[in-house]
Design a protein around this ligand. Structure first.
Ligand code: DLL
Length: 433
């Protein structure tokens, strides 16, 4: 089933006309409503009247995460706070978090693209969905919620965690759709086996997994463990949350809803477009958003993209799975982590040195483990164990407060961590992805 057949199967020519029309109004809208964009346009020497169609998009300036952070909280908004009905905050980065806000129409748009995504994954109107993404400031839980509401599914909003309860609810209510991070899906399979439940007999037959990178081999493991179809969903808070792109049953790229989120793939160094099919940074313009529309937002996610039509009948461009990032952000259990956040914490704790390493590991079917090795003053090692332990706990607590994920901390003597001549190797990612 295709949720919005008119839009999702439009010819490329019609789609281009729609995108053009929308970009022309968007350029005018942000110029008139957002002083920061007016300044960016003026600095670039471009006027809204210069934008006559989608091909003119390259005349417009890029927007990046720094623009969002520097304008925190409301500087990049095109609507007054009173028009916003919901706010979300994205994890990651030091200093100000990234704030996004939605008008009532933006929430409707979110519901629409998420309904398209759920249908694309194979959901049917009479399905039940268990939403085991976190509800709250993270966009996962509520984004799925709005889409499932729009489609009229029966929603079980379990949010994340409490795995035994998740499994009991699945057994009792028999939902066919599961939405959570791919690592949580694997973890739940292991927990199921531990309590004597055969995951292959579970009611979940379609998974909508995203918010973190995952590989084809991980897909294989999940599909095998649960006997289900595991599909990939992509999105980011700045653009809308989940619902930017989604795989269909053919799992041959993620359909990007380009009538509302216009994609460009650029060379991250030069900013110029790369030829179709080549890897580059995904840049998105939100063509119809009102609260905080973004022009040419640099996602920092690396993908390739094709306009070849798909067997499912959708004509939208498709991207590859996310192949990496242009910055040092890592995603652990769906949460964005920047090494600089950890550095910032360590700087404020006496006795620690600015040499640290983050080791991420995923033991078979367990949630990702994060260990932080920190070099500390020699003297600490000759002190009582109690003092060392206290320092370890202080570092652990402060890092956990900033990252919102559990970590273990290991204190090591000075010069234990290998020095590098170039960029310090802060992250050792042992997960097989
Ligand atoms: O992770 C939104 C989301 C929720 C997507 C639920 C899918 C499902 P943020 O917390 O702002 O938003 O993180 C966005 O996470 O730029 C990617 O680097 C990464 N990411 C999201 N989905 C995928 C995916 C949500 N399917 C950042 N594969 C993005 C790889 C992903 N990375």
């Amino acid at each position: 089933m295709i949720w919005n057949e008119t839009i999702e199967t439009m010819s490329r020519e019609e789609l281009k006309n729609l995108q053009s029309e929308r970009l022309v109004s968007l350029a005018r809208y942000v110029y008139e409503h957002c002083p920061l964009y007016k300044k960016k346009f003026d600095d670039t020497g471009v006027l809204p009247s210069d934008i006559k169609g989608i091909e003119d998009i390259t005349k417009l300036p890029f927007t990046n995460k720094l623009d969002m952070r520097d304008s925190y909280p409301f500087g990049l908004f095109s609507r007054p706070r009173t028009d916003l009905v919901e706010l979300h905050v994205s994890s990651g980065t030091t200093g100000n978090p990234t704030l996004v806000g939605y008008t009532r129409d933006d929430i409707r748009l979110w519901g629409e693209v998420m309904a398209r995504a759920l249908c694309c994954a194979g959901a049917e109107r009479d399905d039940t969905i268990q939403i085991a993404y976190g509800y709250g400031l993270f966009t996962g839980g509520l984004g799925f919620h709005y889409g499932a509401m729009e489609m009229g599914l029966t929603i079980i909003p379990t949010s994340s965690g409490q795995t035994k309860r998740q499994l009991k609810i699945m057994q009792d209510f028999q939902p066919r759709i599961l939405a959570c991070t791919p690592s949580y899906a694997l973890y739940m399979a292991e927990e199921a086996k531990e309590i004597g439940l055969d995951p292959r007999l579970a009611s979940w037959k379609i998974g909508v997994f995203g918010a973190e990178p995952w590989s084809e081999s991980m897909r294989g493991e999940i599909e095998q463990a649960w006997d289900m179809l595991a599909t990939d969903i992509y999105g980011l808070s700045e653009i809308i949350g989940p619902g930017v792109s989604q795989e269909c049953q053919y799992k041959d790229g993620l359909h990007l809803f380009s009538d509302v989120f216009y994609p460009e793939i650029i060379d991250p160094e030069t900013g110029h477009p790369v030829p179709e099919g080549q890897d580059g940074e995904l840049v998105i313009t939100t063509l119809t958003k009102q609260g905080i529309p973004l022009i040419r937002y640099r996602t920092r996610d690396i993908v390739s993209m094709t306009y070849e039509p798909c067997r499912c009948g959708r004509t939208s461009p498709r991207t590859s799975k996310i192949k990496g990032r242009t910055d040092d952000m890592i995603v652990v259990r769906g949460i964005n982590v920047f090494p600089s956040q950890i550095e910032h914490v360590l700087l404020g704790i006496e006795g620690t040195h600015p040499h640290y390493q983050i080791v991420i590991d995923r033991q078979a079917h367990k949630l990702d483990q994060v260990e932080i090795m920190v070099e500390v003053d020699e003297a600490i090692f000759s002190d009582e164990i109690k003092r060392m332990h206290a320092l370890e706990q202080t570092i652990k607590k402060e890092i956990e407060a900033v990252l919102s994920i559990g970590v273990t901390v290991r204190l090591v003597e000075p010069k234990t961590i290998a020095r590098s001549e170039g960029k310090a190797k802060r992250v050792i990612d042992k997960r097989q992805m």
